[in-house]
Design a binder for this molecule. Structure first.
Ligand code: WT7
Length: 671
């Protein structure tokens, strides 16, 4: 169990100390009376709910489940155990429902004409497009019918590789309607990454677009799919549906490739929803771990939907008139839970934005807020830091009067960025919910409840109802009171992932073996004297770059594909904008000369292998890597060198050749 040593948190973690001064632990922002007055949940109510949810989770979730439309109401609510000898996670297990019915049909009577999606294009001059719930329902039904005609059946996997356009939500919901399991692949992944993901789950069909646009630049999505399907292992794919989006032409390979609008044409606007057992799979989403290839995180039907919906309504204090904008791409879990499923299960109006924060200028986010009267805005710290660097003026020239609540997600937010977000963007008027969660958790686990929880800049604050976090030391001993350690969750909540697709053993090993009987988050965390949680960052070999997870093992495998490279080790290091950057140590083969051209080739290779999101920020040539006598790379030391904390290298006596470290330190100084 090597994770224990990786996870060791003897003292305070340097990343955390760099971000949060100790005096910050006491800084408290009470909920404003004006907000609390109309809030869905009061402070007292939130405390009552939490106690009830923990004392009697059955009763708590039974009541929440009543707000959903069931084909067959569940009688059994919670059947879970993290005990390795008796492991099971089943929620609402004898219930039957269809997720798309809960997100669409159920709203038609009262909210049919309410706007479901406002689409804002990358191009600020393009007219906005909107779909009402009635229209969205019709599109989803048409696509559901089209998919069935193309032979997609319940349980089949469908990959979705689309830009942030309404068709992405339509495609997800259409899969849910017919019981197909979707696997959304972020548009920033390359052909190789698509191929890996398609091969792993054996998708029958891919839905893509001719192109995607970001900051006026075009991504050839269809071309990437073509390249992926030329790679081995992808023969399961029978059909590629291509959404027309933007002007570029593409090669259509008949009969495999079909235009989306052609297959939609003439389809009926109703489609019989597939009855799904509560524990039937809803989707797979690939995410990076410490080892090997990305794993297919599998979420199921009722537990996931109910958890996404409940947390959306609770955390964001959602009201019928809200215009909710989550800037995350649907290629990530945040887009699944808080662009599509959570909001739509609550009949919310969501804004989908294809562009980026800084294009055509640094006011874009706030212009879109004003244009569509956005009331709740949810983004990542990396975007906030990037915009903060542009100063207050681009913000202040917009009104933002419609905003009433702000959210943060994806990585720890530094108090300085939090205050800028609060004071400048929110005019010191809007509470901030700093939401901690993971792809694996399905929905938010630790966060303030808007209107109920006093905020501390930089802290995700307190667990939501049904969530029992705890801190353990490296040996797995539970820590009490004020403490810093590894964050675990003691009992299951409805939104927890059920398995790693095709590899249940890996699921158990990754999350439940390090600390037997507990879900291990792989995050370090501090709990302060008020019981507030402060996430300190990953303690495994996952790097969180701009809120996106990159696995060091994947990056290293890509680097060593270069014929001149003999070995590589990748670590994260603190990065002002991205939170963490990627630092690569590369050892070349005997006789190969290191130069800038070679470094560029390696950077380009990683980009090609994984995708544009996998950028090596720093590359240092390493004559050799520091290893133990048993040949294990000492990443702890490499992290310190990357951080430029060469005075804190610690014990190097167990190294096979301590001189290696001196060389790396000397080279780092000249780097
Ligand atoms: C990792 C999960 C589901 C959110 C999107 C990223 C980090 C996420 C926070 C936060 C501090 C955070 C953690 C976590 N993280 N939100 N509010 N404060 N850290 O999902 O790609 O599965 O990454 O993101 O390290 O383990 P993900």
């Amino acid at each position: 169990m090597c994770k224990k040593s990786l996870a060791a948190h003897g003292s305070q973690s340097p990343l955390f100390l760099r971000r949060v001064r100790m005096s910050e632990l006491k800084s408290l922002y009470e909920v404003a009376d004006a907000f609390a007055r109309d809030a869905n949940v009061s402070k007292a109510e939130s405390e009552v709910r939490y106690r009830r949810s923990v004392l009697d989770p059955e009763a708590f979730w039974r009541e929440v489940a009543q707000d959903f439309e069931w084909l067959r109401a569940p009688t059994r609510i919670k059947n879970t155990s993290f005990d390795l000898n008796d492991f099971r996670i089943r929620w609402f297990e004898d219930g039957e429902m269809n997720v798309s019915v809960n997100c669409l049909d159920r709203h038609l009577a009262d909210n049919g004409d309410k706007t479901a999606i406002i689409f804002e294009s990358d191009d600020p001059n393009a007219p906005a497009r909107t779909l009402t719930y009635k229209e969205l329902h019709a599109e989803v039904c048409k696509l559901g019918n089209a998919l069935r005609n193309l032979g997609v059946q319940k349980g089949d996997r469908v990959s979705i590789y689309l830009p942030m356009i309404p068709e992405a939500a339509i495609a997800m919901l259409a899969c849910a309607r017919i019981g197909a399991v979707h696997s959304v692949i972020f548009g920033g992944f390359s052909a190789n990454s698509i191929a890996d993901r398609v091969a792993d789950c054996g998708s029958k069909l891919i839905i893509t677009a001719n192109e995607g646009a970001r900051a006026g630049k075009y991504t050839p999505l269809k071309k990437n799919v073509d390249d992926a399907l030329n790679l081995p292992g992808t023969t399961s794919v029978q059909t590629v549906l291509v959404v027309r989006h933007g002007p570029s032409t593409v090669d259509m390979q008949m009969p495999r490739d079909r235009w989306y609008d052609a297959v939609m044409d003439g389809q009926p606007e109703t489609c019989a929803p597939e009855p799904m057992n509560a524990e039937d799979p809803l989707f797979i989403l690939y995410t990076s771990g410490s080892t090997g290839k990305p794993k297919g995180v599998l979420h199921t039907t009722a537990g996931y939907l109910i958890y996404a919906a409940y947390t959306f309504k609770t955390v964001f204090d959602q009201k019928p008139d809200d215009i909710f904008w989550c800037t995350a791409d649907v290629g990530w879990i945040t887009g699944h839970s808080y662009v599509v499923y959570g909001p739509m299960a609550n009949a919310a109006t969501v804004l989908m934005f294809e562009g980026v924060p800084s294009w055509p200028n640094a006011s874009r986010f706030w212009e879109v807020v004003d244009k569509h009267k956005v009331t709740i805005f949810y983004t990542a710290p990396t975007a906030i830091r990037a915009l903060m660097r542009e100063g207050d003026a681009p913000v202040k020239r917009t009104s933002r009067k419609s905003l009433r609540l702000l959210g943060s997600v994806g990585e720890p937010i530094n108090p300085e960025a939090w205050r800028w977000y609060y004071d400048v963007v929110g005019d010191a008027r809007c509470p901030i919910v700093d939401t901690w969660w993971q792809t694996e958790t399905g929905g938010i686990l630790i966060s303030p409840i808007a209107g109920a929880t006093a905020m501390k800049p930089g802290s995700a604050s307190l667990p939501l109802p049904g969530v029992q976090p705890a801190l353990v030391d490296a040996a797995g001993t539970l820590l009490t009171g004020e403490a810093e350690g590894n964050l675990v969750i003691l009992d299951a909540w409805p939104g927890i992932m059920r398995t790693v697709y095709g590899d249940h053993q890996r699921f158990i090993e990754t999350y439940f073996k390090t600390y037997p009987g507990m879900y291990f988050t792989s995050d370090g965390c501090r709990r302060d004297a008020d019981g507030y949680y402060w996430i300190t960052g990953r303690v495994d070999d996952v790097i969180n770059v701009s809120g996106h997870r990159l696995g060091t093992a994947e990056l290293e495998s890509a680097i060593v594909l270069h014929p001149s490279v003999s070995e590589a080790a990748v670590v994260g290091y603190p990065h002002d904008l991205k939170g963490q950057g990627v630092y690569a140590y590369v050892t070349l083969k005997e006789g190969v000369e290191a130069d800038d051209a070679l470094a560029k080739e390696i950077v380009a290779l990683v980009r090609k292998e994984i995708g544009p999101i996998a950028l090596l920020d720093q590359l240092q040539w390493a004559p050799a890597l520091p290893k133990t006598r048993s040949g294990k790379i000492m990443r702890r030391i490499l992290r310190k060198i990357a951080e430029n904390a060469t005075d804190q290298l610690g014990d190097t006596s167990t190294l096979a050749d301590p001189a290696v470290v001196d060389q790396l330190v000397a080279d780092r100084k000249n780097h």
